[in-house]
Design a protein around this ligand. Structure first.
Ligand code: UD1
Length: 421
């Protein structure tokens, strides 16, 4: 298994290109199942999660061709010949559950394995099921699989989510595009990935309004067409690389970055003493000399501070002057990076969903272990600011969500390399 060796090496300088969003791509890809005509995605990220979704769609009979070195995904679902999303694929990645709504809408039936346990919390599917049942689906759990059918087709309905779940909003929104009549999603998630999906679905002929707000209205149509769509910028990769100069010092321009994608996160960086400026081609992040100030952070659905940047922010706050309080409100078990950061000298006290982080003057390099995707990159960020060598093992998590992390950081002067294992 590969590991990453990082050696603290002082201020960074240069540019980092930000890729298309993993989470947007993982919901745009299943949208191909809704149409017989081709759907082509450009600006796709090159990640193992995308390869997992490719394998899943292919197992259902879709054609998925990766072009231009993986940046273009040409898909076609004219001939779906399987309606079972197998446990062997689904267990690798929870986002596999996003094939449920589209398959049900297109074929009238679908069998999808429950994703099973996930390191960062229970992550059930009750909201997805509730939404699809409201549209008239009959869903049963048998042998670890959700068996869904809609013998008389799906029918528009009002769905009031008790929590603004990203995945449930995506699944039900996709299903509703082919339902008869009008669907209204209340307390819908407002994440940019939802807006990107709605934009793509509209190009395919869907009638959707209100995406980006908490009420989304979908007028069902008989069929959807093909389309070509560029995947929106990855706001989590963006935020992660914005933290690199924040923690190591220097100035880095994140190409393709947009402030509207990371506004609440950027506001916290500014509070901590880091400057964020919009340039014509992205976001520039500058930290010249001064200390990092402690700031309190609470994770919330968009437009609040993203849970997917909590671990990385903790690495920065571990070097701040004073004590920061980090509250995790989205996932119940998302502080597994804390004990690893503590191996590097961080002072962190975790009580339930709250972590109190008291900054130390200098983090120290150490062998650490990645426990999930975002945790792994938080350890790399900490390594950039640490004295000596940090070896992050189990980086297969990292490869699920960050393309060429070592190349991108090397380009701005970081001392980082992959050790093949
Ligand atoms: C998506 C993102 C993930 C991000 C998360 C929150 C993708 C592929 N993944 O995950 O990176 O961390 O949004 O921003 O886009 N929940 C239920 N019942 C359900 C569904 C969810 O209780 O039916 C709970 C979950 O356990 C969790 C919370 O709702 O505590 C948030 O989950 P959700 O918004 O659905 O996240 P995902 O779509 O899984």
């Amino acid at each position: 298994m590969d590991s990453i060796l990082v050696t603290g090496n002082g201020p960074l300088s240069g540019q980092i290109p930000i890729a298309g969003a993993k989470n947007a791509c993982l919901t745009l890809m299943p949208a191909t199942l809704l149409s017989e005509e081709p759907l082509t995605l450009t600006n796709a990220p090159r990640l193992s999660d995308i390869r997992t979704m490719t394998a899943l769609l292919q197992s259902l009979g879709a054609e998925v061709t990766s072009l231009q070195n993986g940046q273009v995904l040409a898909m076609s679902s004219h001939d779906l010949n399987n309606h079972v999303a197998d446990y062997d694929i689904v267990r690798k990645m929870r986002a596999s559950n996003l094939v449920l709504g589209p398959m049900l809408a297109r074929l009238g039936h679908a069998v999808v394995s429950l994703p099973g346990g996930c390191a960062i919390g229970a992550r059930p599917m009750d909201l997805h099921i509730h939404g699809l049942e409201a549209l008239g689906a009959e869903i049963e759990l048998r042998d670890g699989y959700l068996h869904a059918k809609a013998p008389r087709g799906l029918k528009g309905a009002v769905v009031d989510f008790s929590f603004a779940s990203v995945g449930a909003t995506e699944n039900v929104m996709m299903a509703a595009t082919l339902a008869k009549g009008t669907t209204v999603l209340k307390n819908a998630a407002r994440e940019p990935e939802i807006v990107d999906l709605a934009t793509c679905l509209r190009k395919m002929g869907a009638r959707i309004e209100g995406d980006g707000t908490s009420v989304i209205t979908i007028e069902g149509v008989d069929r959807l067409n093909g389309a070509t769509h560029p995947v929106v910028t990855d706001r989590i990769e963006l935020g992660t690389y914005m933290l690199a100069p924040a923690i190591a010092g220097g100035e880095v321009e994140c190409l393709g970055g947009r402030l509207d994608l990371v506004a609440s996160f950027a506001a916290k960086l500014e509070q901590a003493g880091v400057t964020v400026t919009e340039t014509g081609q992205g976001l520039k992040v500058t930290r010249k000399g001064g200390p990092i100030r402690a700031v309190d952070v609470t994770t919330e659905p968009f437009p609040g501070f993203p849970t997917d940047l909590q671990a990385q922010m903790m690495a920065l706050l571990a070097t701040a002057e004073g004590t920061s309080v980090l509250e995790e409100r989205i996932f119940e078990n998302r502080f597994m990076h804390a004990p690893e950061l503590m191996r590097m000298g961080a002072r962190i006290d975790v009580q339930g969903g709250t972590a109190r982080v008291t900054g130390v003057e200098q983090l120290k390099g150490a062998p650490v272990m990645a426990t999930d995707l975002r945790a792994s990159v938080s350890l790399i960020l900490a390594g950039l600011a640490a004295e000596g060598e940090t070896v992050v093992s189990r980086v297969y998590h990292l490869d699920r969500g960050y393309e060429h992390v070592e190349t991108k950081l090397q380009a701005v002067g970081a001392k980082i390399e992959r050790i093949r294992g």
